[in-house]
Design a binder for this molecule. Structure first.
Ligand SMILES: Cc1cc2nc3c(=O)[nH]c(=O)nc-3n(C[C@H](O)[C@H](O)[C@H](O)COP(=O)(O)OP(=O)(O)OC[C@H]3O[C@@H](n4cnc5c(N)ncnc54)[C@H](O)[C@@H]3O)c2cc1C
Length: 476
């Protein structure tokens, strides 16, 4: 093993970090502090050639290969034990073409980097709600955020990608080149190759009329019922999620609410700024407001508003299923468990995915749940390991209570490691085609540290059982 790694180090121009290096501890860490993997080597790639070298080494020597963009994957798919990690954190360049309204981002860019670069031209593409999330993993899984109702999923705005495939070749995938690969990469996650850069379509988005409104949990039933009606028919310029949080220590929320369970509505109006106050007013009227911040702000500022509260290293466990409607039964479950939100970092969010998402047919990209109205997540995050057991139990019980009101599948980017067995539900009618594209581009399942799609005809793998072992899933 050492000689293989030494050989790899030489071929990647020294950009390899191994257990003997001083920065190994920092280099092996991903966002979720629960993940404690020890890769043989983290390669901080500087170019496409080094990516191909890592892919070739992993394939030729039978080593596990993890790919890390922003490192935000809840199950920690951006690292592995004993294998090679391709770490894109040194490849973060973003180039904007304001005339063509496109941007190309290298695979290590975060949403803060991409949004800031495009904002300089009054442009944006739909991304996530947190600035430190990587563009790579979010885009490949679908991509949901404030601009989703108006402009679709992030992957709906992808124009092309540069990809290193399992055989070490570098190809372009787009609507005109390698179309099957391009189809699979728009929602199929990291299963099909290592994407080195993403080209996005941009839209005019500049100053937005943002709203962050907190209510007592006791008002949550009225707020949820109103939100459900409003978001069903609101103009698509309005993008906002409903959530359940502990009151955070922010200046616009009086101290008496800090740490108490609360209901929130957070989002933005991207239409005519003059209409902003009227678009938010109903949410200020529907119930007594505990604290609010409603007003114009640059889009990147809203995107980064929660970053400081959500630092790398928090312990995390997530679960999710799509909702075709926010039924009374689902609202009851949200009220029951929303009262027990266990930490200030925990984010129970219900993202609307109606509007532009639903104008794309379910088979047009790998992302299948185009008929769902909401993509919720129970994202539990906390600091104290002593809370691991009770917090994981809270997420599982919450998810179980929501299950009767949910679709069979969920959004793969909101899934944890123990949800690998739900991959067929998550891709539903698109699964067979995904397995067939996988068999074509990655027949040996080199790219398996992800929500794994087995090549057609091969057994399904689970790489991240809770006990850390690797074995085929027991699907009985
Ligand atoms: C605080 C926080 C906020 C979030 N908010 C949102 C949100 O608003 N909307 C949303 O949709 N999701 C959100 N997510 C979920 C997010 O989409 C996923 O965690 C996503 O995987 C993060 O991408 P990443 O590049 O940071 O992750 P990484 O951990 O680096 O990668 C995740 C997986 O993506 C694949 N991957 C990464 N880079 C590449 C590459 N270059 N080529 C091929 N495959 C690759 C790999 O399979 C990897 O295992 C959030 C997550 C966190 C932690």
């Amino acid at each position: 093993m050492p000689s293989v790694i030494d050989e790899l180090r030489a071929e990647v121009n020294g950009h390899a970090i191994t257990p003997d290096d001083a920065d190994y501890e920092a280099a092996r860490a991903v966002y979720n502090g629960m993940i404690d993997k020890r890769p043989a080597v983290v390669v901080r790639v500087a170019g496409v050639n080094e990516v191909a070298t890592c892919v070739n080494f992993a394939r030729n020597y039978g080593l596990d290969l993890a790919i890390r963009g922003g490192g935000h994957s809840a199950p920690g798919f951006g690292t592995c034990d004993d294998g090679i990690v391709i770490d894109f954190s040194a490849m973060t360049r973003v180039e904007v073409d304001p005339v063509a309204r496109t941007a190309r981002a290298q695979a290590g860019a975060t949403w803060a980097m991409l949004n800031r670069a495009t904002h300089a031209f009054g442009l944006a593409t739909p991304g996530g709600i947190v600035g430190s999330t990587g563009v790579a993993g979010l885009t490949l899984g679908g991509g949901i955020g404030y601009l989703t109702r108006r402009y679709g999923l992030t992957c709906d705005n992808l124009l092309s990608v540069e990809v290193v495939t399992a055989d070490g070749q570098t190809v372009t995938a787009s609507s005109t080149e390698n179309q099957d690969l391009f189809w699979a990469l728009r929602g199929g996650g990291g299963n099909f190759g290592v994407v080195t850069s993403f080209e996005y379509r941009l839209h005019p988005v500049d100053t937005v009329y943002a709203g962050i409104i907190f209510y007592s949990i006791d008002e949550a039933r009225d707020v949820a019922a109103f939100y459900r009606e409003y978001i069903a028919s609101a103009p698509e310029e309005f993008g906002a999620f409903l959530g359940f949080h502990q009151g955070p220590p922010v200046p616009f929320l009086p101290e008496k609410w800090h740490g108490r369970p609360m209901c929130v509505v957070v989002g933005m109006w991207t239409g005519d700024e003059a209409e902003g106050p009227a678009r938010w007013q109903p949410f200020l009227d529907i119930a007594p407001v505990a604290g609010s911040m409603v007003g114009p702000m640059p889009y990147p500022a809203l995107n980064e508003a929660f970053d400081a509260m959500l630092p790398k290293g928090l312990l995390a466990y997530w679960k999710a299923n799509f909702l075709s409607e926010l039924s009374d039964g689902a609202i009851n479950a949200y009220l029951d468990f929303g009262r027990m939100v266990p930490s200030v970092q925990t984010s129970v969010h219900i993202y609307p995915i109606n509007g532009a998402v639903q104008r794309v047919s379910p088979g047009e990209t790998a992302f299948p749940y185009r008929h769902a109205a909401f993509s919720p997540v129970i994202a539990c995050m906390w600091r104290d390991p002593a809370d691991n057991h009770s917090n994981i139990k809270w997420v599982r019980d919450f998810w179980t209570a929501l299950r009767p009101f949910s679709e069979p599948g969920g959004y793969i980017n909101f899934m944890d490691a123990d949800d690998l067995g739900r991959i067929t539900e998550n891709y539903s009618a698109n699964y067979a085609q995904l397995a067939s594209v996988k068999a074509q581009y990655d027949p040996s399942n080199l790219f398996h540290i992800n929500q794994n799609i087995a090549p057609a005809g091969a057994p399904m793998l689970s790489t991240f059982h809770e006990d850390g072992s690797r074995r085929p899933l027991d699907r009985s």
